[in-house]
Design a protein. Structure first.
Lengths: 310, 301
């Protein structure tokens, strides 16, 4: 980009300074040049994002030597472990999205009610940013330090409450994943939902109150309906977030291929059955289809949400 | 297609922080019952978020059991032990190098492109925005599957650099696009970029000068936020490095955790705190934050 935009000779461009001074024909000619400056960006995204996506998409329909086949997709739809991994990922996504959305929205409400320039608000937002977006493997260690074999809570229950034979294996199961995933879903909900709550105007509270409405009727008739699209959209976003996550699950359950993301990793790393080299790509394509569908609904809801909450 | 609105908030600096409502202190008028609910929510939900972090601190500061009193002691030996693991130090250094490359590459790729779309080709703004937010719709694990052949090619044909972990910066730039885009975009929207560019150009400045000496200084806040988000993302990145077999800090932490969980928890906590300090600092001190607050306040109700 830099090359394109900087290599333009200064004298000639200063001769046509400002869009107002250039005629229609000249601007059409310059128009082409303007687009040239965007080529490096598009080329880069094309090479490192679009091309990999295309490789996955076409690879899902190919044998290892490039012949067209539907066997990869057939394997995805008929093999129990693959169906099971999709089911578990979707289940985890739905449950933690609901938990995250409800508690995250409550937390956002509690934070919004405070001083908008206060330390609490800035502290919670910065912490949420870290936990929601950059935690990954580290969050798994946080929970091992809490509920693991030698974890803080485990030792407390064992030593202080006297339950010597406490079973800590749940943290390595779906239940454990649910607890740990909620830990990054709640902060994500806070970050996503806070601006919508900020959009609720004081005038609306006042209008509701002046008509005799209490807190309940405000949320029932004004706040709720206005926030509903944002809440629903956030719910979908949280689902795709959990559905796509890999690092935390892998750090917690390193053996076995439980979730679909782990299953894809297993397909990449292990010696796969002859003739199934590209099944991993089929699974990846399955993920793309699910996430894109959810994001498309999200975009529709978003358009409606932005009508009131700006 | 616009899944942009709420995602904007995903960039801490560009989103939630910016929109500070004018109804300051409206909580003061709240009835006592509401205040009680608020305190309860803060206590329960924040408690859930804080306990594991506190557990990390407690876990990583455990010392040996005192032979005389049989009491557990506190020590920083797990933190000191970080330096006993050369592969961990290597991982940290590698990740920091990738972070530096990612920041530089992201800024070179994004800043001129975004300024250019605002000033010269506004109709392309939606396209660039769409491409920048696209990584949110394509899971990292899917990108790895598709990019593995490209990396195999780079490793075979681009010499020592093509096979080094530093090439991860290429993907990390893609992963950070949504966050960086929103941060820089909110800065660009807070100034009248087009007028500024016209003014500079009418005074005889060429495009390089217009972008780097006139516009860039005015979007420092957004550039700073974008850079901080990139650093935080790279330091926390695991999926792609592990599946492409590069030993970044997260990969080493997880490997090490199987033998010495205490050191891994110590490093994890340090990394989380480091990321938090960065994000908290930009939210409080990023230049330009005040200006955007004004803009928000001017918006018609």
């Amino acid at each position: 980009v830099t090359d394109q935009s900087t290599s333009m000779p200064a004298p000639s461009s200063s001769a046509t300074a400002g869009p107002a001074s250039s005629g229609a024909g000249a601007s059409r000619f310059k128009g082409a040049g303007n687009y040239v400056a965007l080529i490096p960006f598009h080329a880069y995204v094309g090479l490192f994002l679009v091309l990999p996506t295309l490789i996955v998409t076409f690879g899902a329909f190919q044998t290892s030597d490039g012949q067209f086949t539907l066997d990869n997709l057939r394997a995805m739809f008929t093999t129990d472990v693959f169906i099971d991994s999709f089911a578990k990922s979707i289940q985890l996504g739905v449950i933690t999205a609901l938990i995250g959305a409800v508690f995250g929205a409550l937390l956002a409400w509690a934070v919004v009610r405070g001083d908008p320039n206060g330390l609490l608000r800035q502290f919670v937002i910065a912490a949420s940013g870290v936990l929601a977006q950059f935690g990954g493997v580290m969050l798994a260690f946080a929970f091992l330090a809490t509920f693991g074999f030698n974890g803080l809570v485990t030792l407390f229950v064992k030593n202080s409450l006297g339950m010597k034979d406490l079973d800590v294996s749940w943290i390595y199961s779906m239940a454990g994943l649910t607890v740990v995933y909620s830990y990054f879903q709640i902060p994500l909900m806070l970050i996503v939902f806070l601006p919508s709550l900020d959009g609720l105007r004081q005038e609306w509270y006042d209008a509701s109150a002046s008509l005799g409405g209490g807190s309940w009727s405000f949320w029932r008739h004004v706040g709720g309906p206005i926030l509903a699209p944002s809440f629903l959209g956030a719910l979908l976003l949280l689902f795709t977030n959990a559905f796509s996550a890999y690092a935390t699950a892998q750090a917690l359950i390193s053996q076995g291929c439980v979730l679909v993301t782990q299953q894809i990793a297993c397909q990449m790393q292990s010696e796969v059955v002859i003739g199934q080299e590209n099944v991993g790509k089929a699974l990846a394509l399955g993920m793309i289809v699910i996430v894109s569908a959810v994001m498309a609904v999200y975009a529709l809801i978003q358009r409606r949400a932005s009508r009131w909450v700006k | 297609m616009s899944f942009t609105g709420e995602l904007g908030a995903a960039a801490p600096e560009g989103g939630a922080l910016v929109a500070r409502p004018k109804g300051a202190g409206k909580g003061n008028r709240a009835p006592a019952s509401q205040r009680a609910v608020r305190i309860a929510v803060l206590f329960v939900v924040l408690g859930y978020l804080i306990v594991p972090l506190f557990a990390m601190l407690e876990f990583s500061t455990r010392g040996d059991v005192d032979p005389v009193t049989k009491q557990a002691t506190r020590s920083l030996q797990s933190y000191a032990a970080i330096f006993d693991h050369p592969n961990l130090i290597d991982g940290i250094v590698t990740s920091l190098q990738i972070a530096a490359l990612t920041v530089i590459g992201m800024l070179i790729l994004l800043v001129p492109t975004m300024v250019w779309t605002v000033v010269r080709v506004p109709r392309m703004r939606r396209v660039v925005e769409f491409l920048c937010l696209l990584p949110l719709a394509i899971p990292a694990i899917v990108i790895v599957v598709g990019i593995a052949p490209i990396y195999r090619f780079m490793g075979q044909h681009l010499g020592a650099f093509g096979a080094s972990a530093l090439t991860l910066a290429f993907i990390d730039i893609i992963l950070v696009l949504p966050y960086s885009y929103r941060a820089i975009d909110s800065s660009l929207r807070s100034i009248d970029t087009a007028t500024l560019a016209d003014a500079a150009r009418s005074l005889g400045a060429g495009w390089p000068r217009t972008i780097f000496q006139v516009i860039v200084p005015n979007i420092r806040g957004g550039i700073l936020s974008a850079s901080v988000l990139a650093i935080a993302l790279v330091l926390g990145e695991y999926t792609i490095s592990s599946l492409l077999s590069f030993n970044t800090v997260q990969v080493v932490i997880l490997l090490l955790g199987k033998r010495d969980a205490f050191v891994s928890v110590a490093v994890s906590l340090l990394a989380l705190v480091f990321a938090f300090v960065l994000l908290f600092a930009i939210s409080r001190f990023a230049p330009g934050a005040d200006r955007r607050t004004e803009r928000t306040a001017e918006e018609p109700a």
